[in-house]
Design a protein around this ligand. Structure first.
Ligand code: TXA
Ligand code: MG
Length: 311
């Protein structure tokens, strides 16, 4: 079924917020690109979002908030980061900060990391939806993995319309490129992704923007983005555990914890990081049942392989 395309007004915003509360997926306009929104606190919804985009791996997502104060309650912002937020929010600047312990953004949305990307968008429809929803929404660009980012509702409709629940049509995006992402954890900001806020604009508020390397190229997120790595040793594709091993199961097997007893890959993705963390606390060795490679299984296996390599 093709998702309805609605002009943002009080009724369509309320309908979109209700869909999101139910774990559904809504494409929303932002000033940068259209985002595919899901409830950041709902791991099942986030797993369905990765599945809809066909992402081959779980990249951490940006949590969008209705106000700077809402963002400050999710992540630890230094005085300098607050100054920068004061200058650019609402707007196309995303901050990577340490998550607070009480963050409501689920582990899957953070790809298991202790850090969190936060942005307060300026687009009135995005802000209205965030207000009506009343919590953070993750929203990667609303395109299938590997396709270009959508800047009009019709792009979303043709690329993802049959996989999502609703599209809010806020007209063409004014910026047209993604938000600038900075790592704001240190004494000076580090540019992780170039975007619609220019480095020289950031420099005016917070001098010393470090971009790494020759100063032209942004430091690739791949280099700076530490993947969540368990301390325990992982053994993959295990039929059964050996003595002393915890068993992370999948499907109808007896296990210490089971990613999905019914063999549902969306449920497994939703449980992955939280269960790895739990077993990592109680065991030094973890055997993991085979995960079928189709659909979200590819992303789950990618993450398990990284965790097993421990690099
Ligand atoms: O303009 C935008 O930012 C759009 C609109 C919809 O808001 N969203 C967007 O999201 O581009 P996405 O998921 O396509 O990009 C998220 C970026 C990626 O480069 C990712 O690596 C980075 O943010 N990111 C997210 N969490 C991170 C973290 N904890 N540490 C480092 N980088 C992070
Ligand atoms: Mg993207």
């Amino acid at each position: 079924m093709q998702a309805p395309v609605l002009t943002p007004d009080a009724a369509s915003i309320a309908r979109a917020a209700a869909i999101l509360k139910d774990g559904g997926l809504v494409a929303m306009p932002t000033e940068t690109v259209y985002g595919l929104a899901a409830d950041a606190a709902n791991a099942d919804a986030v797993a369905r979002l990765y599945a809809a985009k066909g992402r081959p791996a779980f990249n951490p997502l940006i949590a969008h908030c209705a106000s700077p104060d809402a963002a400050f309650s999710q992540g630890k912002f230094s005085d300098l980061a607050r100054k920068l937020a004061g200058a650019f929010w609402p707007g196309p600047l995303t901050f990577v900060v340490d998550a607070v312990d009480a963050t409501t953004v689920c582990a899957l949305a953070r790809a298991g990391l202790d850090t969190l990307a936060l942005r307060v968008p300026a687009h009135p429809a995005a802000r209205a939806l965030l207000e009506a929803f009343g919590g953070p929404l993750v929203a990667p660009s609303a395109n299938p993995s590997g396709r270009i980012s959508p800047t009009r509702a019709e792009h979303v409709a043709s690329d993802l319309g049959d996989r999502i629940d609703l599209i809010l049509d806020g007209g063409p995006c004014t910026e047209g490129i993604e938000s600038t992402v900075i790592d704001a954890r240190g004494p000076s900001p580090v540019l992780l992704r170039q975007g619609s806020v220019l480095p020289e604009d950031i420099e005016k508020v917070w001098p010393g923007l470090y971009s790494g390397g020759d100063g032209d190229k942004p430091t690739s997120p791949g280099q700076l983005l530490r993947h969540y790595a368990p301390k325990a040793k992982l053994r993959l594709n295990a039929g059964r555990p050996e003595p002393g091993e915890a068993f992370l199961g999948f499907g109808p097997v007896e296990a210490t914890l089971n990613l999905s007893p019914s063999g549902d890959l969306v449920e497994a993705a939703a449980n992955l990081f939280a269960m790895m963390r739990t077993l990592d606390r109680s065991h030094t060795r973890i055997a993991v049942a085979p995960i079928p490679p189709e659909g979200l299984g590819a992303a789950i296996n990618d993450r398990l392989a990284r965790a097993a390599r421990q690099d």
